[in-house]
Design a protein around this ligand. Structure first.
Ligand code: ZN
Ligand code: ZN
Length: 827
């Protein structure tokens, strides 16, 4: 099926709005996005990072897709059966927060609604908006196989989550523990370290006197959070600290509370920080929690899940923790126990989703023990089975993986994969199975209750490389497409996602999930600032597509792109991308209209036995370009490859070669350049297609209609072969000669514009060209036409006597003596 273009003649100006949706439909309906499963070539597989199901397309997605789809199209054109698999993520906390905000506008919260109704509300939301992101990805021209799309809460990914949990549990790698975890009081859930953002905040450092129980004196402790003293269960000092050694084992009578607490020795206490004596609150600080474990200290929770002081806080119960802080400070001051308050900048964790200040709290959470999962994932990268691009992220990866902490995977949310653990009401034991159990595994009781919590959303996306292909079933897709080829994503989710995919992929499948990780940077505003709604500097890709076309938006995003580097987006980039598409359109119209003027149609083929220097030059340059692009693409230097194609088309093909052929096209001489114009354009459209898919497809269809194409000619550009050079015909001396001619013409043009002489005004000129004189003689008319000269003499010598009224211009081609008349001098 060939593309059914609207008309035989191309419109004067390229209109993305009229073209893009028609071409997308043609691609999709022709089945081009599906991998050819009958091919014997090794496949190319890329699984798309799943956007949030309720999300809207933002510039980050647009960048991801511009890069991924470019890579995918290139591989597809190389004849590899290509799978680009799309999907969406339920995005637990992010989605739940959105719907909770919506409920809040109705004066409701999730507890009032109840779990079932609340989940139903989210599903409504997902059904309304869940396909929106797919439509938006289509508008960008994303060539993914929609028939294989997956949602993380679909049946198969659900089964994958269940099986992974059960397997890890049976291996003893999932455990439930009382741990201190980051707690968001607003979202009412525990968070992993990665979900906490640290910000510098102005606060105070309070120095408080803690008297010994025997009234023999006191220690001074320093804290930024005096309200937590209500939960203190020790004071710790470093065992090496000479100032405090003699106090170890003594007791403190905790002010305001009057509890007796010991002075303990612990190596974690920094001698140089604060006063060197650390108040220990195991229930509200991760460092203190560890000290508590080592020293067998009780943990007293004084701040509740809602961020308010609880009953253990005695008279302060019910107070907001910040109000409590003020009150405690006042009371300590009244007792003469507050030594000093100094202002202090420190970093405080905030919830990544809702920006609330994090409270470290002890809670019962499910953890995955990571060390044994990390080991083979480290090895895979060390042994180069997995390559990270850019390479500098490899050491970042090792550093994180070698110091990996256990992953708290339970979330106190209602939206997501509910934890597959059932607690027995009679014997209290846990039943963890792949099928929902009817009776307790230990005692046979039917009084079972499933764990209320859901799994961290990254648990299911960590399985994405194989759950999308049907795992845990042993499907054909799994056999054909696992492991994948390239995992492309932003560097900001290397740990959230990529590292976990490697660990869980190896754990479930016994082999690495992909061979290459390509990390891209962030899209910044023109000033280099991260785009955010609060700063109001957000660009909406859909608006940009309306204004510039999807091709231009994609092209602007991949212009100068290189792995791991952030990218600034601005209007100039979008405009010049649109201008480039228009320039290509106009050049193509010129070639096609000349083809259509002929009675016979020209056969499309690589021209041979070329004599004309200009023809030989453009064909040599095309071969050079093809070689360069292939090398750069293989080397993941996509931005560089794009620039090479752009510059060739704009400068050499449009600005020089087309202009050079115009006279020859008029004279209808036997050696018409038309077949070469067509051939170079056709090949360049192929090279450019991954970067500018819509306009190249449209032009290519028009071009092919005007040519005599062989029987096995492809139906569409998207499935045409990407050019590679088997036997390069690069005439280097011809390229050199043309370079000299072009430099010479440019030099004369520059002089003319400096002197305000019209370009078409012919100026008399003599050229001393030395060894280049035969070149100059053969290109005399080219020089005269393009530099606006009347050449009166071409000399074999390298220098001539300057006549009066002449100035000389020295170029590689030779020295030009141009007659400007008396009184004209170059500044
Ligand atoms: Zn929160
Ligand atoms: Zn039981």
């Amino acid at each position: 099926m060939a593309q059914n273009s609207n008309s035989l003649n191309m419109s004067r100006a390229y209109s993305p709005a009229d073209t893009e949706s028609r071409i997308y439909k043609f691609w999709e309906e022709s089945g081009y996005f599906k991998p050819d499963t009958t091919s014997n070539n090794p496949p190319f597989v890329m699984i798309m990072p799943p956007p949030n199901v309720t999300g809207e397309l933002h510039m980050g997605h647009a960048l991801t897709v511009a890069i991924e789809d470019m890579i995918v199209r290139w591989h597809r054109m190389k004849g590899e059966p290509t799978l680009y698999l799309p999907g969406t993520d339920h995005a637990g906390i992010a989605t739940q927060v959105v719907v909770e905000r919506l409920l809040a506008t109705e004066g409701l919260n999730r507890y009032q609604l109840g779990r079932e109704k609340f989940e139903a509300r989210i599903w409504d939301w997902v059904e309304t908006y869940g396909s929106r992101i797919y439509e938006q990805l289509r508008r960008l021209g994303t060539s993914c196989d929609w028939s294989r799309s997956k949602f993380t809460l679909d049946e198969i990914p659900r089964a994958a989550v269940r099986k992974t949990f059960v397997d890890l549990y049976e291996k003893g790698l999932i455990y439930r523990g009382e741990r201190i975890a980051n707690w968001c009081p607003r979202c009412s859930t525990a968070l992993s370290d990665l979900e906490v953002k640290y910000k510098e905040v102005d606060g105070n450092l309070y120095k408080i006197r803690y008297p010994f129980s025997d009234e023999s004196g006191f220690l001074v402790v320093a804290t930024t959070r005096p309200e937590t003293m209500l939960g203190d269960t020790a004071v710790a000092v470093n065992p090496e600290d000479e100032r405090f050694k003699r106090y170890i084992g003594k007791e403190i009578k905790l002010p305001l509370v009057n509890r007796l607490i010991p002075i303990v020795a612990d190596g974690a206490v920094e001698m140089g920080f604060g006063t060197g004596a650390l108040k220990v609150t195991p229930a509200h600080d991760p460092v203190d929690f560890e000290i508590g474990l080592r020293n067998d200290l009780p943990a007293i929770t004084v701040i509740g899940n809602d961020g308010k002081m609880n009953s253990a806080a005695g008279e302060f119960q019910g107070l907001d923790k910040f109000d409590c802080r003020t009150l405690i400070k006042d009371q300590l001051m009244a007792l003469g126990l507050l030594v000093e308050t100094e202002s202090f900048q420190h970093s405080i964790g905030h919830c990544d989703r809702c920006d609330e200040i994090i409270e470290p709290l002890i809670s019962k959470q499910w953890y995955i023990s990571m060390e044994s999962l990390a080991a083979p994932a480290i090895k895979a990268v060390k042994e180069n089975q997995i390559k990270i691009i850019p390479e500098r992220f490899t050491s970042v990866y090792f550093n994180w993986m070698e110091n990996i902490r256990d992953w708290p995977v339970s979330r106190q949310l209602w939206w997501g994969h509910q934890i597959p653990v059932w607690y027995c009401g009679d014997c209290l034991s846990e039943t963890v199975t792949n099928e929902d159990p009817q009776i307790c595994k230990s005692c046979g009781s039917s009084k079972l209750q499933q764990d209320e919590d859901v799994l961290d959303t990254w648990f299911s996306s960590g399985l994405w490389t194989h759950s999308t292909l049907g795992w845990p079933d042993d499907t054909e897709d799994l056999k054909s497409f696992y492991p994948g080829s390239v995992m492309e994503t932003g560097y900001d989710i290397l740990f959230f996602w990529v590292a976990r995919m490697i660990m869980l992929g190896i754990s479930n499948m016994g082999q690495i999930p992909f061979h290459t990780i390509y990390l891209h940077g962030l899209v910044l505003d023109p000033e280099g600032v991260k785009m955010s709604k609060t700063k109001g500097n957000v660009l909406n890709p859909l608006d940009l597509i309306d204004e510039y076309g999807a091709d231009a938006v994609r092209f602007a995003l991949t212009t100068g792109t290189s792995a791991g580097n952030n990218l600034r987006m601005n209007e100039q980039k979008l405009e010049s991308s649109r201008n480039f598409a228009n320039k290509l359109w106009n050049a193509s119209r010129f070639v096609i209209s000349n083809l259509n003027k002929r009675e016979d149609s020209i056969k499309i083929a690589k021209p041979e036995n070329i004599i004309n220097r200009h023809d030989k030059w453009i064909l040599s340059r095309l071969d050079q370009l093809t070689e360069d692009v292939d090398r750069l693409m293989v080397d993941f230097q996509f931005g560089e490859a794009q620039t090479h194609i752009h510059d060739f088309l704009w400068n050499e093909y449009c600005d020089w070669y087309i202009e050079l052929t115009k006279d020859r096209l008029k004279t209808h001489d036997a050696e018409s350049p038309l077949s070469i114009l067509a051939y170079v354009l056709e090949q360049t459209l192929r090279l450019l297609h991954p970067f500018l898919p819509f306009v190249t497809e449209e032009i290519w269809a028009n071009l092919c209609k005007s040519l005599d194409t062989p029987k096995d000619w492809p139906d569409s550009l998207i499935t045409a072969d990407y050019p590679v050079i088997s036997e390069a015909t690069i005439d280097k001396s011809c390229i050199e000669e043309m370079g000299k001619l072009i430099d010479f013409i440019r030099a004369i043009r520059n002089v003319k514009s400096e002197l305000n002489i019209q370009q078409k005004q012919k100026i008399e000129c003599r050229i001393a060209s030395g060894i280049e004189s035969s070149l100059v003689k053969s290109e005399k008319s080219t020089l005269e036409n393009f530099a606006g000269l009347a050449i009166s003499e071409i000399s074999d010598s390298t220098i001539l006597q300057v006549h009066s009224g002449e100035i000389s211009i020295v170029e590689n081609l030779g020295t030009a003596y141009i007659a400007l008349g008396e009184g004209v001098h170059l500044s």
